[in-house]
Each structure stands twice: as structure tokens, then as C-alpha cells.
Design a protein around this ligand. Structure first.
Ligand code: FES
Length: 164
């Protein structure tokens, strides 16, 4: 049995049992599994397909169709940088470049190796009046620039270090 099943394997079985291993409950099953793992591990999706007696393609298809499912582990802090028109005009690209540099990320690498940060580029967040906008988990930061972005990352890292 793979490492990822570990102690939470029981959780997956419990979820499957509660939904009576009924394929029509696939979305609800995936949602509960994602709530537990914060993403949908590939081998668990394969297991779910076997348990529901449906093809892995059906499970992966559902997981990739709905944007609120993620197939990659995310960092503890999900940083959303708005690159909608108002934010773009106010140099959101500088903020993205700064974050990629500070966190060791790039276009293809969205989550830091320490699983602390995930960087997402998003469309208009509906706060154009305070563009450019950055959201860290639930916290909104407006009128951002390179310096404020660096300070924000330092603050988060500092809080993490003091929690350790
Ligand atoms: S364009 Fe960024 S909040 Fe609207």
C-alpha cells in the first residue's frame, strides 16, 4: 500500500462507505477527500475509481473539470495576485515577478518546496479601487508594490518562524 494512504486511508474508506460507494456521489466524495488532504492525490483518485467501479478517467475528468478541485498540494499560504486590467495597469506584473523571485517559483512551479506558499495569478477580484491587489488566504492587501510585497513575505516567514 502506498505511503500516501497511511492513516488517512481509513478516512477515504469512511467517505466511500458514507456515500454507499455510489458513483453518482462522485463529486461529493472528491470534495470530502480534498477537504481532508487539501488536494486530490493521484493514487487516491485511482483507488476511488476502483472502489466505485468506474474508470480512472471518469474520476480524473471530474477532478479536472471543476476548478475548485486541485490535483497538486498547495502551500499553507495561498497567495493570489490579481492580474485583471486595473491591477495589470498598476504593475501587478512587478508583484508577480517579485514573488516568484522571493519564493523560488516560476510559471511551471507554483508551490514552494517547503509547502509554505502557493502563488496563483487570478482575474479581477472585484477590488479594482485598491489595485493592485494581493490576497493571502483570506486577507486582502491593496495598493501593493514591490517593497510591500517583500515586507509581506518577510512578515509571514517571521510569524512561521516564531510559531515553530
Ligand atoms: S482588476 Fe484587480 S481587483 Fe479588479
Amino acid at each position: 500500500m502506498s505511503r500516501i494512504f497511511g492513516t488517512k486511508f481509513e478516512l477515504v474508506c469512511d467517505v466511500l462507505d458514507r456515500y454507499e460507494r455510489d458513483p453518482s456521489n462522485l463529486i461529493a466524495i472528491l470534495q470530502e477527500i480534498q477537504d481532508a488532504y487539501a488536494y486530490l492525490p493521484e493514487d487516491i483518485m485511482t483507488y476511488v475509481a476502483t472502489a466505485l467501479e468506474i474508470s480512472p478517467g471518469t474520476v480524473f475528468g471530474a477532478a479536472t473539470f471543476y476548478s475548485h478541485f486541485t490535483l497538486e498540494p498547495k502551500g499553507k499560504y495561498v497567495i493570489k495576485v490579481c492580474d485583471g486590467t486595473a491591477c495589470h495597469v498598476k504593475k501587478s506584473a512587478d508583484i508577480i515577478t517579485t514573488l516568484e523571485s522571493e519564493l523560488g517559483l516560476n510559471e511551471n512551479k507554483k508551490t514552494s518546496d517547503d509547502l509554505l506558499f502557493t502563488l496563483e495569478i487570478v482575474a479581477c477580484l472585484g477590488a479594482c479601487g485598491i489595485a493592485p491587489v494581493v490576497v493571502v488566504n483570506e486577507d486582502v492587501y491593496g495598493a501593493m508594490n514591490i517593497e510591500k510585497t517583500k515586507t509581506l513575505i518577510e512578515k509571514v516567514r517571521g510569524e512561521e518562524a516564531s510559531d515553530a
